[in-house]
Write a protein that binds this ligand. Sequence first.
Ligand code: ADP
Length: 517
Amino acid sequence: MRGVLTVRARVALRALLLAAVVVASGFLAWWSWRTSSALAALGERSVIESTVLLVREKIDRVEATVIAGDNAVLHLVNPDDLDMLAQRWPDLSERISPTVRSVLVLDEAMRPLRLVAHRDDDDRSELAGWVTGRLRAELHLTSEPLGAHRHWHGAVDGRSVLLSYLTRETAGRRYYVVLEADLDYIRRELLPKLFDDPLARGRFNITDENNHLVVGRSLTAAGEFLVSTRFPTTLYKWRLAVAPRQAPELEARARRRGVVEGSYVGASLLVILAGVSFLLFAARQEEQLNTLKSDFIATVSHELKTPLSLIRMFGEMLAGERAPTPEKRAQYLEIIVRESERLSALIENVLDFARLEQGRAAYEFTASDLGAVVLRDAEAFRFRAHRERPALVTEIADGIAPVRLDARAMQVLLFNLLDNAFKYAGDTDVVVVRARQEGARAIIEVEDRGPGIDPEDARKIFERFYRGRAVRSGGPRGTGIGLALVKHIARAHGGDVTAHAASPTGTIFRVAIPVDG
Ligand code: ADP
C-alpha cells in the first residue's frame, strides 16, 4: 500500500512540477515580453516627446514672427494721419513686417478709410470688399473688445488668406484695422528658413485644410510616429508635421516586434515544453525499467529457488536412503544433475548479462567453421535438454566460409535461442537449427512450431528484461534477458538477429553475421 501511495504521490508531484514549470515559463515569457514592450514604448515616448518639443518651438516661432510683423505695422496706424502709414510703411515693410501684405483701416461705420499695400504694384482693393461683405459675419469686427488682436484664417476664392484685425479707439472715435498676411512670403521665405536647421531639415511639412502640401515633403514613411499639430492662433487651418529622425527605425522595429519577439518567446516556450516532455518521458522510461528490474530480481530469485529445492529434496532422499529401487535412485540423480545444469546455465546467463550491462563483455574472435560450431552446440544442448520432444533437427550446409567468432559467446547465443524454442514450443514435434551462407553473410536459424510471437511484442522482445505478454503471468518461466544477450552477441560479431513468423506456426530467429574476408 505504501508503495502504491508513493508512486501516486510521485505522479502527482510530477504533474504539479510540470504545471509549475509551464506556468513559470509562461509567466517568464509574458514578463520578458512586457518588459521589452515597456522599454520600447519608453524609447518611443521619449523620441515623440522630443519631436513634440521641436514642433512647438517651430510653431511658436512662426506665430511670433507673424504677430511681431502685425504689431510693427499697427504702431504706424494713426487714424488722424493715415498718410504717414501710406508714405512710410511701404519702405519699412521689408524690414519691420515682411509678413504683412496690406493694411486696411475702416471707420466706425465700417467704411474703408485707407488701404495700403506694402508693394505699390500690389492691388489689394478686393480686401475691403471681403471685410465689409462676405467675411463681415465671420470676423464680427464690431463686437470684439477694444484692442483685442484677432486672426481669421480660411480660403477665399480657393486661396488661403490670413487676416489679423482689431478694434481701436482714439478721441472717442472707433476705427478698425485689418492686416492681410503675405502668405506667399511666409511660404517661400519664412517657413523654409525656419526649418533649415539640422534637427528639422527634410523631416517636416505643412498641410492645409484639404491635406495638400503647403511646404515640405510627404512624410508617410514615419507612419504612426509622425507628430503633427495645428497652429493655435494664426494659421489655424494649417497643420505642421515633423517626423522623428528615428521614425523609419521605430516603424520597422514596431513591425518587427510583433513577429520576431513573438516568435522568440514562442520558440523558447516550445524548447522549454520539449525539454519538460523529454524529462517526463525519460522519467517514465526509468520507472518502467525499474519495475522491469524488480521483476527480474524476483524472477531470478524464483528461478534459483526452484532447482535448488529440487536438488535439495532429491539429495536428502538419497542421503536418507529413501530411494526404494536402484531405478528410482538413478532417476533422482538424473534430476539432481539436470537441475544443477539448469542452475549453472541460469547463473551463467545472469553473469554474462551483468558483464554486458557493465560494459565488461570481452570477446575473443577466431576464424572458425560455423557449421561445426553450430552442430557441436546443438548436440551439447540436446544432451543437456534430456528431452524427447520436440526433436532437435540440424540442417548444416556445406562449404560455409570461415567466420570470425567467439565460440563461447556463440554457444550462449545458440543455447538461449534453443532454450526459448524448447520452452515456448511446448509439446510440438520439431525444432530445426540451420546454418548456411548467403552471399557475404553466414546465417544461423532456429525455427520452432510453437505459438509464435504476438505482433505487439515483436518490437520489444530484444529489449532487456522484456517478457512477452502471454508468458508474463502463468506462462513458461524466464528472466527476459536471453534475447537481449543474443542481440548483443550478434552485434558484437558485426551482425544482427531478427525474428520472423514461421509457417504454418512458430517462430524463426535468424542471426546473420559476416563471413571472414
Ligand atoms: P525469457 O524467455 O526469459 O522471457 P527472452 O529475452 O529470452 O526472455 O525472450 C523474451 C520474450 O520473447 C519471451 O518472454 C517470449 O515472450 C518471447 N519469445 C522468445 N522466444 C520465443 C519463441 N521461440 N516463441 C515464442 N515467443 C518467444
